[in-house]
Design a protein around this ligand. Structure first.
Ligand code: TEU
Ligand code: CA
Length: 565
C-alpha cells in the first residue's frame, strides 16, 4: 500500500548554523548567512531544511543548551531575521524543520535559575533533584554522555540534580505535567509561526525509570556506569508522546523525526507506525555504532573494525521491518558524527568515487534521505594537531577525564578524536578557495579544514562531474521514480564482504543497486533474474557504466551503479 505524505517524497538538508555562513564577519555563522545561501540549496534540489538549534543559549553544548525557547541566539540574529528566513524559504518552496531540545534546558534557563534557589521554589520540580546517598555521594552511579557523573551537587540546597549531558544541561522532569504542557505551548507557538516540523533531540530519554536505580556494573574499573537501561525508551515514553501527539502534533501537517539512540527496528516500527505511531520517522544509531566498542558512550572512542555483512544486517533489518508499516530516515552524517567519506569511504585517492558511491547507496534505500551540510561536497574529517584547536564540550571533557585526570596516552586519545570527534562535522562550510573557505571575513570560531582550496562549493558548481551534481541527480531521480520512494527492499548477495547490492520493487518497476565498498577492482556474476541492458543505467559514479561481459560484471574501486528495469 502507498500512503503518501510530503515528507516521504522529500530530501532533507541539515544546517549547523554556527558553521554554515557568516554574514557579518564575527566568525560565527548566522541567519542572514543562511538567507544568502538559499539559492544554493534550491540548486541542490532539496525540499526541507533541518536547522540545528538557533535559540538563546550560553553555548556550553553549542545551542543544545537552551536558555530561552522563544528567542534567537544574539550571535545568530533576531526573531525578525528568523521570520524573514522562513518567509523566503517558503517563497522558494523550501520547508523548515526546527530542532526541539526538551530532554533538558540550559542551567541558565529561568526555570532552572528559579529551581535551584530553594527546595520549595515553584519550579523546583521542573528538574530531577535527589539528596546525596547515605555515604554522601551521588544519588546513583550513572555516567553522563559527556564523561563523569550524571549528577551535579548544588551547594545552595545541598542536593544533586540530574544531567545526562553536561552539568549545564539539567534534565527536565517530564513526570511533572506542568513541564509537559509548557513544552507543548512552546511547540504550538513555533508551529503557528510557520514551522514545518521538529527534529526531536534525544526524545526517547525523557522518561526515566522510577527510583533511578543504579546501572549494572559492566566496567568495574570505571567509577560511573552506563545507565541507558533506565533512561532510554523509558516506561512512560509512549504515553508522553501520545499526549504530545494529541495536544500538538495531530493538529498540523508536519514532519517529525525523533533522535532515538538505543532503538531496535521493532521499537522503530512501533514509534513510527502509520496507525498508532507517534513520529513520522526516527534516527536510529545502529549503523553509527558499527565502528565502536559496545558498553556505552565511551565505547565510541575505541575504534573497531567492522564487516560489510554487519552493515547489511543492520540496514536490511530496518528496511524490511518498517516497510509498509513505519518510515525510515536515511543518514550517514550529522553534526555529531565524523565525515562519511573519511569514515566509510576513502578521503584520498578515491575521494570522489567513494563519496558518490556512499551517496548512491543510501539514497536508493527506502526512507527519507538527509544530507548534512558539506556532505554534498565530500567534506572530510579534520586532523587538528592540538587539543587547543577543538571546541566541542564532549571532546574537551573526554580529554580532561582521560588525559589530564587519568594519564592516558595523549596521542592515542587525539587519534580517537581525529577519527570520531564531533568537530569533524563542525568545521566551517567550504564555499570557495578564498581565505577561510569563504565562510567568514573575520576569524572563524573553529578553524577551517585546510583542504578548502580543493574541496569547496564554488569548484563543485563549476565541475559537471562533481560530488555536488551527483547528489543533485540523486535528489532529482527521487522526484521522477516512485520506486525510489515506495519500492520494497531486498538484499542481494547477502554474504558478500565487498559489494553491497539490493533491489527495490514497486508495481512494475524495479531497481538494482550495486555498490563496491572496497578499493579493489572486483568481478561478480551478473544476477540471473535481471536481463542486462546498458541503457537501463539510472546513475553511476564513473564516466561509463561498469562492463558486463559473458555474464560477468567488473566493478572498479568504489564503483556504484543503479539499473532500472
Ligand atoms: O545528541 C545525542 C546523542 O546522544 C549523541 O548523538 C551524542 O551527541 C553523540 O553520540 C556524542 O558522541 C544530541 C545532539 O545531537 C547533540 O549535539 C547534543 O550534544 C545532545 O543531544 C545533547 O543535547
Ligand atoms: Ca556572524
Amino acid at each position: 500500500s502507498k500512503s503518501t505524505q510530503w515528507w516521504k517524497e522529500s530530501v532533507v538538508y541539515q544546517i549547523y548554523p554556527r558553521s554554515f555562513n557568516d554574514s557579518n564577519g564575527d566568525g560565527i555563522g548566522d541567519i542572514e548567512g543562511i538567507i544568502q545561501k538559499l539559492d544554493y540549496l534550491v540548486e541542490l534540489g532539496i525540499d526541507v531544511v533541518w536547522l540545528s538549534p538557533i535559540y538563546k543559549s550560553p553555548n556550553d553544548d553549542m545551542g543544545y543548551d537552551i536558555s530561552d525557547y522563544q528567542d534567537i541566539m544574539a550571535e545568530f540574529g533576531t526573531l525578525e531575521d528568523w521570520d524573514r528566513l522562513i518567509t523566503q524559504m517558503h517563497e522558494k518552496g523550501l520547508k523548515l524543520v526546527m530542532d526541539l531540545v526538551v530532554n533538558h534546558t540550559s542551567d541558565e534557563h529561568p526555570w532552572f535559575v528559579e529551581a535551584r534557589k530553594s527546595k520549595d521554589n515553584p519550579y523546583r520540580d521542573y528538574y530531577i533533584w535527589r539528596p546525596p546517598s547515605e555515604d554522601g555521594k551521588e544519588p546513583n552511579n550513572w555516567q553522563s554522555f559527556f564523561s563523569g557523573s550524571a549528577w551535579q551537587y548544588d551547594e545552595a540546597t545541598e542536593e544533586y540534580y540530574l544531567h545526562l549531558f553536561t552539568k549545564k544541561q539539567p534534565d527536565l522532569n517530564w513526570e511533572n505535567p506542568e513541564v509537559r504542557h509548557k513544552v507543548y505551548d512552546m511547540m504550538r507557538w513555533w508551529l503557528d509561526r510557520g514551522v514545518d516540523g521538529f527534529r526531536m533531540d534525544v526524545i526517547n530519554l525523557i522518561s526515566k525509570v522510577e527510583g533511578l536505580p543504579d546501572a549494572p556494573i559492566a566496567k568495574p574499573e570505571e567509577k560511573y556506569q552506563w545507565g541507558s537501561d533506565f533512561f532510554a525508551n523509558g516506561p512512560r515514553f509512549m504515553e508522553f508522546m501520545n499526549e504530545m501527539k494529541e495536544e500538538v502534533l495531530d493538529h498540523y501537517d508536519i514532519l517529525t523525526v525523533g533522535e532515538t539512540g538505543f532503538v531496535t527496528p521493532e521499537e522503530g516500527k512501533q514509534f513510527t507506525n502509520e496507525e498508532d505511531g507517534v513520529l513520522s520517522m526516527l534516527f536510529q544509531f545502529q549503523h553509527m555504532d558499527i565502528d565502536a566498542q559496545p558498553g556505552g558512550q565511551m565505547g565510541k572512542w575505541e575504534i573497531k573494525d567492522w564487516k560489510l555483512t554487519e552493515l547489511k544486517e543492520i540496514m536490511s533489518k530496518w528496511q524490511v521491518e518498517l516497510y509498509n508499516k513505519g518510515w525510515n530516515s536515511l543518514y550517514l552524517e550529522n553534526h555529531d558524527q565524523p565525515r562519511s567519506v573519511s569514515r566509510f569511504g576513502d578521503d584520498e585517492e578515491y575521494h570522489k568515487e567513494s563519496a558518490k558511491m556512499l551517496a548512491t547507496w543510501y539514497h536508493m534505500m527506502q526512507g527519507t534521505p538527509y544530507i548534512y551540510q558539506g556532505q554534498e561536497l565530500g567534506m572530510t574529517n579534520v586532523h587538528f594537531p592540538s587539543i587547543e584547536d577543538y571546541k566541542d564540550v564532549e571532546i574537551i571533557n573526554l580529554w580532561n577525564d582521560l588525559v589530564e585526570t587519568r594519564g592516558y596516552d595523549p596521542d592515542k586519545v587525539l587519534h580517537s578524536i581525529h577519527e570520531k570527534g564531533r568537530d569533524n562535522a563542525r568545521t566551517p562550510m567550504q564555499w570557495d578557495d578564498s581565505k577561510n573557505g569563504g565562510f567568514t571575513d573575520g576569524t572563524p570560531w573553529i578553524k577551517v579544514n585546510p583542504n578548502y582550496k580543493e574541496i569547496n562549493a564554488e569548484a563543485a558548481l563549476k565541475d559537471p562531474d562533481s560530488i555536488f551534481y551527483h547528489y543533485k541527480k540523486l535528489v532529482q531521480l527521487r522526484k521522477e521514480h516512485d520506486v525510489i520512494v515506495y519500492g520494497e527492499y531486498e538484499l542481494v548477495w547477502e554474504s558478500d564482504e565487498q559489494v553491497y547490492a539490493y533491489t527495490r520493487t514497486y508495481e512494475d518497476q524495479s531497481l538494482l543497486v550495486i555498490a563496491n565498498f572496497k578499493k579493489e577492482k572486483l568481478e561478480r556474476e551478473w544476477p540471473e533474474n535481471f536481463h542486462y541492458n546498458e541503457s537501463d543505467v539510472l546513475i553511476q559514479n564513473y564516466d561509463e557504466a561498469p562492463k558486463v561481459e559473458d555474464g560477468k560484471l567488473t566493478l572498479r574501486p568504489y564503483e556504484a551503479v543503479v539499473y532500472k528495469f
